[in-house]
Design a protein around this ligand. Structure first.
Ligand code: G3H
Length: 541
């Protein structure tokens, strides 16, 4: 049993799991995709354990969902070889395929992906504890992103399907692929944030090796066959296993041209340094963040508290865009805390499928202990847990805690908690949160709550040069996906959005010639007889 029987009983007994969400276990995935083949693995495996515990006999026990291949360096390099062959120094069938052909492959893939929706959503719930509603949202948002990417590419191609003449020089400018690309997504958005780099990289002609995250790995199983059948061989390859075993050989081989990674800056730094030619590698990184909210004295406190609850605690605070520290003007701090605490305690803990549940089991091992240690340390520096229901733990469940006032010596001040803790700091002068933003290692977003246009404008101007998105009277977030998503300092490298992602995985390249009679004749013939795939004025309708 536990000190918190109310939390203990939220974990299901096997027979209490709704029929629609039961899995037939074990899910022992043995296949990985390489060179157009689904190969079968008979070597060592990694267990996949759900954050959801099972209740029985007065105790909770881990739920082992199954296992995935724990590949070695040899298989990882095999996947890389296949991608390098598909690239073939830029002469491969995929990088030279007309845009319409690549679009058809992605359309085929997204159609097949749609057929596996229910399975993938169920696995999102079981593997990372994301609520049913948010898992559905992650899947559907990803499908929509892929469709929008296709439309954006058509638009880009149309714009590049013409020649320009400048200073007597004729030229056709297009975006060309970079080469072999490694994609790695994070556990909190395993599907969405893997695909928002993988699909743009692919559709622009880059062969890809991708590694699913540690949590949220089985859910790629149902999609492997769709990848295999939709893309030519070697264009999509997977690696499974321990990141520290399978990734360094890929990096140190020097054969990667692009690296898309969503995770911590610590890991990104380590990996980038392993590439022997750092300038050869284009990195697209979405990293840590510690987005602050600043609540000004004239803010609508009901709205600010509601947005901060959502912003800090959606998916248990496990979003890179989450609000991870709140600065509140001392004159309204007590009132704000009251509203915030009420909002936080109203969030219901439960299982991902429990209707109305907002707080769910956490997938990272030892996470609840780590969160409790954050709270204890802040208490040692004079803070208290403001909401009566906060900071209670039972196995992988941790009830969200509003911690106030957080001292600058506490780790909650500048470490990313990536979990259900809401650190709050009072301020007297707005220069204090501004200084916090300047001193921070991170620079993703900030939220400002207030109603005085002048006071807000005085903050907007310095903040836009410290972070990459200032949100007015609303939480921080990535969406809409057509908006640029990036960060400064340790928070990101490169920009993602539906259109930016097409740019970030390509380089502009052009064919140019003096506009002389003979050159025009040559170009005309190349175009008329479709001698080149690059030089073409074909228009995608
Ligand atoms: O983990 C970071 C995600 O990109 C956040 O996306 O703001 O849509 O939840 P979101």
């Amino acid at each position: 049993m536990t000190d918190h029987p109310d939390l203990f009983t939220l974990f299901p007994a096997a027979e209490e799991i709704p029929a629609a969400h039961r899995l037939t276990l074990p899910l022992d995935q043995r296949r990985w995709l390489v060179d157009g083949e689904l190969r079968t693995w008979d070597g060592p495996v990694q267990s996949v354990v759900s954050p959801i515990r099972l209740r029985g006999g007065g105790a909770l026990s881990p739920c082992v969902l199954g296992s995935v291949p724990s590949l070695s360096e040899t298989e990882a390099l095999g996947a890389l070889d296949a991608a390098v062959r598909a690239w073939d120094c830029g002469r491969g069938a995929w990088p030279t395929m007309p845009v319409e052909g690549r679009i058809r492959c992605v359309e085929e893939f997204v159609f097949r992906m749609g057929e596996r929706r229910t399975e993938v959503i169920n696995l999102l719930m079981w593997e990372i504890g994301k609520t049913l509603k948010d898992s559905e949202k992650e899947f559907d948002r990803t499908v929509e992103y892929v469709r929008d990417t296709i439309e954006a590419l058509k638009e880009l191609d149309r714009a590049s399907s013409r020649f320009t003449i400048e200073q007597g020089i004729l030229g056709q400018i297009r975006r060309a692929p970079l080469g072999v690309t490694l994609c790695m997504g994070p556990f909190n958005y395993p599907l969405n944030e893997t695909f928002t780099t993988l699909i743009p990289a692919l559709i622009m002609g880059n062969p890809v090796v991708f590694k699913p995250p540690k949590h949220g790995v089985l859910l790629f199983g149902p999609l492997l066959e769709a990848f295999r059948s939709a893309f030519p061989k070697g264009v999509v390859n997977t690696v499974y296993g321990e990141g520290r075993i399978v990734i360094p050989p890929l990096m140190s081989s020097g054969r990667l041209d692009a690296f898309a990674f969503i995770g911590t800056s610590r890991v990104a730094n380590q990996l980038k340094q392993q590439h022997p030619k750092p300038h050869h590698l284009r990195s697209v990184l979405g990293l840590d963040a510690k987005n602050p909210a600043i609540v000004l004295p004239d803010a609508d406190l009901d709205l600010a508290a509601a947005e901060c609850v959502l912003g800090a605690l959606s998916f248990n605070g496990q979003r890179c865009t989450a609000l991870k520290i709140l600065f509140v003007h001392s004159s309204v701090a007590e009132k704000f805390l009251e509203k915030l605490a009420a909002g936080v305690d109203a969030l219901r803990p439960g299982m991902p499928w429990t209707p109305g549940a907002a707080i769910t089991p956490l997938p990272e091992e030892g996470k609840t202990e780590k969160l409790a240690a954050f709270v204890d340390e802040a208490r040692g520096f004079g803070a208290r847990v403001v909401n009566p229901g906060g900071a209670r733990a039972c196995e992988s469940l941790f009830t969200p805690a509003v911690v106030y006032p957080v001292d600058r010596r506490a780790r909650l001040w500048n470490e990313e908690q990536f979990g259900p803790i809401v650190p709050v700091v009072p301020f007297g002068d707005v220069a204090e949160p501004l200084e916090y933003v300047v001193e921070s290692d991170f620079g993703q977003q900030v939220s400002l709550f207030g109603n005085d246009p002048k006071a807000l404008a005085r903050l907007i101007d310095p903040l836009v040069n410290q972070v990459c998105r200032v949100n007015l009277n609303s939480q921080c977030q990535r969406g809409p996906d057509t908006f640029p998503f990036t960060g400064r300092k340790d928070s990101a490298e490169g920009t993602l959005s539906v259109t930016d992602a097409l740019r970030v995985f390509t380089i502009r390249t052009l064919v140019a010639a003096k506009a002389t009679g003979p050159n025009k004749a040559i170009l005309k013939e190349i175009l008329e007889k479709s001698h080149s795939r690059f030089l073409s004025t074909d228009f995608i309708f």
